[in-house]
Design a protein around this ligand. Structure first.
Ligand SMILES: C[S@@+](CC[C@H](N)C(=O)[O-])C[C@H]1O[C@@H](n2cnc3c(N)ncnc32)[C@H](O)[C@@H]1O
Length: 208
């Protein structure tokens, strides 16, 4: 694997970012901003960024191994509209992302934390969702997919608590999704092979 420093245009270091961030400055251009939480090996980003070259994508991944894999992949493909950041998405969301600055949040197969006492670690919870809605532009979208039924129940409960601000919309499959897939990520492919069910939801922030 090449050294990450060969891809300075892709890596973003939270240490050097202003609070709150200026996406236009980060991407060097204006345009829609999409953020993926827990990008894993970057499979969604690599295909979606090529399908939507006018969109500025930010992938957040805290696992060093996956993060490095994703950065290397974007670099080798010469993808210009993706930035990758190795950080905790919860902290970044609360501290760094300005109000009404994001067009779409992508949350695909987040860690399920299946044990009851660990449920509070799930990314989609009331506190994080409050911030997600704060950061969405009017008409902005949140797309979530999970194989975990209990987590999906939690997702629906979190969304229901904000129902007056949201409308459910069709979950349009991602650009890299093959037949029978919704996003086409590594984890999704593994789960489909294991014949697990996949649950999806897409919601839009109603513009007032
Ligand atoms: C089950 S994997 C799914 C990866 C990818 N989305 C996919 O579908 O193949 C969940 C990923 O989210 C990352 N992750 C979990 N919590 C995170 C957080 N708070 N901030 C950033 N990344 C996180 C994990 O390191 C892991 O790579």
């Amino acid at each position: 694997m090449r050294l990450l420093k060969e891809y300075p245009g892709i890596v973003l270091d939270a240490k050097y970012l202003s609070e709150p961030v200026d996406f236009e400055q980060i991407f060097g251009r204006s345009g829609p901003v999409h953020i993926e939480v827990g990008s894993g090996k970057g499979t969604f980003l690599v295909s979606q960024a090529q399908a939507q070259p006018d969109v500025n994508f930010l992938g957040i991944e805290w696992a060093r191994k996956y993060y490095r894999h994703a950065v290397d992949r974007m670099g080798r493909w010469g993808i210009k509209n993706v930035k990758m950041m190795r950080t905790d998405a919860t902290d970044f969301l609360a501290r760094f992302i300005p109000e009404a600055s994001v067009d779409c949040w992508h949350i695909y197969y987040p860690d399920p934390w299946p044990k009851k006492r660990h449920n509070k670690r799930r990314f989609v919870n009331h506190a994080n969702f409050e911030h997600i809605l704060r950061t969405l532009k009017p008409g902005g979208i949140v797309k979530i997919a999970t194989d975990h039924k209990d987590y999906f129940e939690q997702v629906k409960e979190v969304i229901a608590a904000k129902a007056d601000q949201l409308e459910e919309i069709e979950f349009v499959p991602a650009a890299g999704a093959n037949e029978g897939e919704v996003v086409g990520t590594n984890f999704e492919r593994k789960y489909i092979k294991e014949k697990r069910n996949v649950f999806t939801i897409a919601i839009r922030l109603i513009s007032s």
